[in-house]
Design a protein around this ligand. Structure first.
Ligand SMILES: NC(=O)c1ccc[n+]([C@@H]2O[C@H](COP(=O)([O-])OP(=O)(O)OC[C@H]3O[C@@H](n4cnc5c(N)ncnc54)[C@H](O)[C@@H]3O)[C@@H](O)[C@H]2O)c1
Length: 470
C-alpha cells in the first residue's frame, strides 16, 4: 500500500475508534470498552507525587480564609463561619462586584470584623489565590469553575474546600487528586449531607453494629428546582443540565452512604450501571427560558453501584418533577434497617440493642418500624459524638437545619488541630465522578462502567471510616 493511502486509512480507522468511545461530544473524555465494560483512563502517579490518604498538616491555630463565589451559597457560608472561633476572613471574591460589596457590608462590617480585600471580574479569583496571608480558599461558584480555581489555589500553597460536586468530569477528578498529591494540600468537598443529624446517628449506629452488616444503601437528590432555576447567576445550572446527561448532582445521596460502607477505607466502588427517563420537564423549562430544542439530562436518573465486597448502592437524581424533597437515605443491614424519607425510622432486632438504651421496650417487630418512643430514645442514645459536641450551636447558626455549620466547624477544627479532614480528595473524586460515569452508561444502553481507583491501589489501607479527634 502506498504511504499516502496507508495514512489516510489509518486516520479513518482512528477517527471511527475515537467517535465510538467518545461521550457523544458532551465532554472530551475518552474511554475504552473492555469485556463489555466502559473503562476510563487511570493515569499512573507521577514520580515525586505522593498519596494524601490520611493527610495531616501542621496545626493552623488561626485559619485565614478567602471566599470565591458569593451567590446564594457563598454568602451564607461567610455568615456561618463568622460564628467559629479562630478564623480570620482576609478576602472576598465574586464575578460581580456588587455581591462582594454586599457581603462586606452585611456580614463583615455588620459583625465588626476587619474589612476584607475585594476581588471581582472573571479572573479576580487568581489574585485572591496568590495572596500570601490565606490558608484556606472556600469555593462556592458554579460547577465548571470549581476545579480550575481549586487547582490554582493549591498550586499557590492553599488548602481548598469546594462546594458540590467538586468536579464535572473524570479528568477533572484526576486533576484534583494529582494536584493535591503534588502540593500535599487538603482538598475537601463540602458535602454537608454527611453532617445531617439522622445520617450522623445512623453512621454511629452502623459503626456500633446495630444494623449487622450493611449490604445495601440508597441515596438521592430529588428536589424540584422549578422555583430556583432563575436564581442561579447567569442561568449556569440549567445550562449545564441542558448539555449533560447523567447524575450531575450525586454527592448528597452518595456521600453519607459511602461513609457507612467504608469506601476507600476497606471497600471500594467497583462499577455502576445507570438509566435515565426521557427529559420532558427539563426540556420544557429550557425551551421556555432558553429556546432549547434538546435537553440532555433525563428527568429521572437511577444508578446502581456494586462495591468490591459485593454490596449495592442505589442513587437517584430528579430535579424536574413535582415530588416531595427526598434524599432517599436508607441502610439495609443483615440485622436492621434505617430510613429517612418520608418517615425517619428503624427496624431492629431487640437482642442487638443494649438493655440500658431502652430498658422496658415491648417485643420489637422485624416487619415494622420500632415505635416512635423507642426511635427517639435510640436517636438520643446513639447521637453522634460530633453532634453532641456542637448540636446546640449548629441549630442556632443554621444552614439546612445546622448540618452546614457542623461541616464548617469540623473543617476548621481539623485544620486548627492538624488532623486529617473528614472528607479527603479521594472522596471528592469518587463522589463527583458519578456525573460522567453515569452519562457514559446511559449513552451505552446501561452498560457497566468501571470506577477509576483514585487512590491508585490504596483503598484497603485505612480500615473503617473515622472522624479524627485530638
Ligand atoms: N451543599 C449544598 O447544600 C448546596 C446548596 C446549594 C448550592 N450548592 C453548591 O454551591 C455552589 C454555588 O451555588 P449557588 O446556589 O450559590 O449558585 P449562585 O449562582 O447563587 O452563585 C454562584 C456565584 O459564583 C459567582 N461566580 C461565577 N463565576 C465566577 C468567577 N469567575 N469568579 C468569582 N465568582 C464567580 C457568581 O457570580 C455567583 O455569585 C454550586 O457548586 C452548588 O452546587 C450546594
Amino acid at each position: 500500500m502506498k504511504r499516502k493511502h496507508f495514512f489516510g486509512l489509518l486516520t479513518i480507522v482512528l477517527s471511527i475508534f475515537v467517535c465510538s468511545c467518545s461521550n457523544n461530544n458532551k465532554t472530551d473524555a475518552a474511554y475504552v470498552i473492555k469485556d463489555n465494560m466502559i473503562v476510563f483512563d487511570e493515569p499512573e502517579r507521577i514520580e515525586g507525587q505522593k498519596s494524601v490518604l490520611q493527610l495531616a498538616v501542621d496545626p493552623i491555630p488561626v485559619v485565614r480564609m478567602g471566599f470565591i463565589g458569593l451567590g446564594m451559597r457563598g454568602a451564607d457560608a461567610v455568615n456561618r463561619i463568622s460564628h467559629i472561633e479562630g478564623v480570620e476572613f482576609k478576602a472576598l471574591c465574586d464575578l460581580l462586584p456588587e455581591r462582594v460589596a454586599s457581603v462586606q457590608e452585611y456580614v463583615i462590617k455588620a459583625k465588626n470584623l476587619p474589612e476584607c480585600a475585594e476581588y471581582s471580574g472573571e479572573e479576580g479569583w487568581k489574585q485572591l489565590c496568590e495572596r500570601d496571608d490565606i490558608d484556606l480558599v472556600y469555593i462556592c461558584t458554579d460547577w465548571v469553575n470549581h476545579v480550575p480555581m481549586a487547582v490554582y489555589a493549591m498550586q499557590h500553597g492553599k488548602h481548598v474546600a469546594i462546594e458540590v460536586p467538586a468536579a464535572t468530569s473524570v479528568e477533572e477528578c484526576w486533576q484534583l487528586v494529582d494536584v493535591a498529591e503534588q502540593t500535599q494540600r487538603h482538598c475537601m468537598m463540602l458535602e454537608n449531607c454527611c453532617y445531617d443529624f439522622f445520617e450522623l446517628t445512623c453512621l454511629n449506629m452502623a459503626q456500633q453494629g446495630l444494623f449487622g452488616e450493611v449490604i445495601h444503601a440508597q441515596g438521592a437528590y430529588i428536589h424540584n428546582l422549578e422555583p430556583f432555576w432563575a436564581h442561579y447567576q447567569g442561568n449556569w445550572r440549567l445550562e449545564y443540565n441542558q448539555k449533560h446527561a447523567g447524575d450531575v448532582y450525586a454527592t448528597h445521596g452518595l456521600g453519607p452512604v459511602c461513609q457507612v460502607l467504608d469506601i476507600h477505607r476497606g471497600d471500594k466502588m467497583d462499577y455502576l450501571v445507570s438509566m435515565s427517563t426521557p427529559s420532558i420537564n427539563g426540556l420544557k423549562i429550557a425551551n421556555e427560558t432558553m429556546g432549547s430544542e434538546t435537553f440532555a439530562n433525563g428527568d429521572m436518573t437511577s444508578t446502581l453501584i456494586k462495591t468490591n465486597k459485593g454490596k449495592t448502592i442505589l442513587i437517584q437524581h430528579n430535579v424536574y418533577t413535582p415530588r416531595p424533597y427526598d434524599r432517599l437515605y436508607q441502610l439495609t443491614g443483615t440485622e436492621g434497617f434505617a430510613n429517612k424519607y418520608p418517615y425517619q425510622g428503624f427496624t431492629l432486632k431487640e437482642e442487638n440493642i443494649p438493655s440500658d438504651v431502652i430498658p422496658d421496650h415491648e417485643d420489637l417487630d422485624s416487619h415494622g418500624f420500632v415505635p416512635n418512643d423507642i426511635r427517639d430514645s435510640l436517636m438520643v442514645a446513639y447521637k453522634h459524638p460530633i453532634a453532641k459536641e456542637i448540636e446546640e450551636k449548629a441549630k442556632q447558626v443554621g444552614g439546612h437545619g445546622g448540618m452546614d455549620f457542623i461541616m464548617d466547624y469540623r473543617l476548621i477544627y481539623c485544620l486548627q488541630n492538624g488532623l486529617p479532614l473528614d472528607q479527603d480528595v479521594y472522596d471528592a473524586a469518587e463522589w463527583s465522578c458519578l456525573g460522567e460515569l453515569t452519562a457514559a452508561s446511559i449513552e451505552n444502553n446501561g452498560m457497566p462502567v468501571k470506577f477509576p481507583d483514585f487512590t491508585r491501589g490504596d483503598w484497603n489501607k485505612v480500615k473503617g471510616y473515622k472522624h479524627a479527634v485530638k
